[in-house]
Design a protein around this ligand. Structure first.
Ligand SMILES: *Cc1c(COP(=O)(O)O)cnc(C)c1O
Length: 377
């Protein structure tokens, strides 16, 4: 099936009782059992929920995967991944990942004997150099937040196969509409469903997708054993939203392209970062491993003063963390999403205090452009 067809139908079964076309919201903590030792297959809400199951099947299908395992947040899913390794194991991770990923792994889980090496995975040779005897996993995010640096997923998968390592890709920025890491040989995909998958800025959630039976079994076990499950209502909201993922992503991209070109051509920003621009250092790789360039644009305004002028004076863009919703958001990564990443670390890869990140929504793009123009006046 095509993507839009799957987005609308995969994992959805009309309700057997009434024929309701939309998967019902199963609000229950427990299920009646037929007789002692004989249940319907549904026993307890943490372990089984049909609304959650429908969502897991829907997103797994969109990611060309067999199994989806949903969590209460993207970070709960990020945390669950560590159930695949144990104390003494070493993980190689992209240096420019989501700030919360850095906070969880480097500032918390190192206390439990896990070792992390943060490398610039945009050059995959760095990954090979970082491999040790105890390396178990490679975790990459591509494109990264907020610098939109890409990692060659096929190359990562090849290195991992040679060294028997688990590969994980955080695919939140592209959504399955633009990028399918499993098809490039990656083992597990991570999404914050809070972002594009839900797309309406009204819930928090996460999901892991894999084709690997063994990883699925372990992650499914941890979903229940640690209990970081999403509420049925949040699952229902995402399921409602993936139906329009294809049309939303098309519009996000069309607007982001026009917006990035405006920033570049008008000279409003000193530097514009968008994988769809020909001057993006990895534009060729972007064309090869993605089917589009997404809706995120970052721009360096040269000075913190000019960046502040934009951040404080826009009227349609809302100053807020998060991304991927239908409404446009603007943020200052250095003090907001990435406040826990040390300044020296950031500036190594050109992530300055003058950097502004735009999550370009699906409003009329002319209004978004005018908004930045008036903010700069
Ligand atoms: C938001 C985000 C996360 C974390 O997800 P939450 O749902 O906020 O816990 C992880 N990775 C990326 C790329 C994100 O943007």
């Amino acid at each position: 099936m095509g993507f839009a067809t799957d987005a609308i139908h995969a994992g959805q079964i009309p309700d057997p009782t009434t024929g309701a076309v939309i998967t019902p919201l199963y609000l229950t903590s427990t299920y009646a059992q037929h007789e002692l030792g004989k249940s319907t297959g549904y026993e307890y809400g943490r372990t089984h929920n049909l609304t959650r199951q429908a969502l897991e099947r829907n997103i797994a299908t969109l990611e060309k995967g067999k199994y989806g395992i949903a969590f209460a947040s993207g970070l709960a899913a990020t945390h669950a991944l560590m159930s695949l390794v144990k104390a003494g194991d070493h993980i190689i991770i992209s240096s420019n990942v989501y700030g919360g990923t850095y906070r969880l792994y480097e500032l918390n889980l190192t206390n439990y004997g896990l070792e992390y090496t943060w490398v610039d995975t945009s050059n995959t040779t760095n990954i090979e150099y970082a491999i040790r005897k105890n390396t178990k996993m490679i975790f990459v995010e591509t494109p990264t937040n907020p610098m939109l640096i890409l990692t060659d997923l096929k190359a990562v998968a090849e290195i991992a196969k040679k060294n028997n390592l688990i590969t994980v890709c955080d695919n939140t920025f592209m959504s399955p509409y633009f990028q399918n890491p499993l098809e490039l040989g990656i083992d597990i995909i991570l999404h914050s469903t809070t972002k594009y998958l839900n797309g309406h800025s009204d819930m928090i959630g996460g999901i892991l997708v894999t084709n690997n039976e063994k990883y699925h079994e372990r992650l499914r076990y941890i979903q229940n054993a640690a209990g970081g499950v999403p509420s049925p209502f949040d699952c229902w909201l995402v399921l409602r939203s993936t139906k329009t993922l294809a049309v939303r992503m098309k519009q996000h991209e069309e607007n982001a392209k026009a917006f990035a070109e405006f920033l570049l051509k008008s000279g409003a920003a000193k530097k514009v970062i968008y994988p769809g621009l020909k001057d993006h250092p990895q534009h060729e790789l972007a064309k090869k491993q993605m089917r589009g360039f997404g809706g995120m644009v970052s721009a360096d305004f040269g000075t913190i003063e000019k960046a502040k002028k934009v951040l404080n004076n826009v009227k349609i863009f809302t100053l807020a963390e998060s991304l991927g919703g239908v409404e446009s958001l603007i943020c200052h990564p250095a003090s907001m999403t990435h406040a826990s990443v040390p300044k020296e670390e950031r500036e190594k890869y050109g992530f300055t205090d003058a950097l502004v990140r735009f999550s370009v929504g699906i409003e009329d793009v002319e209004d978004l452009i005018k908004d930045v123009e008036q903010a700069l006046k």
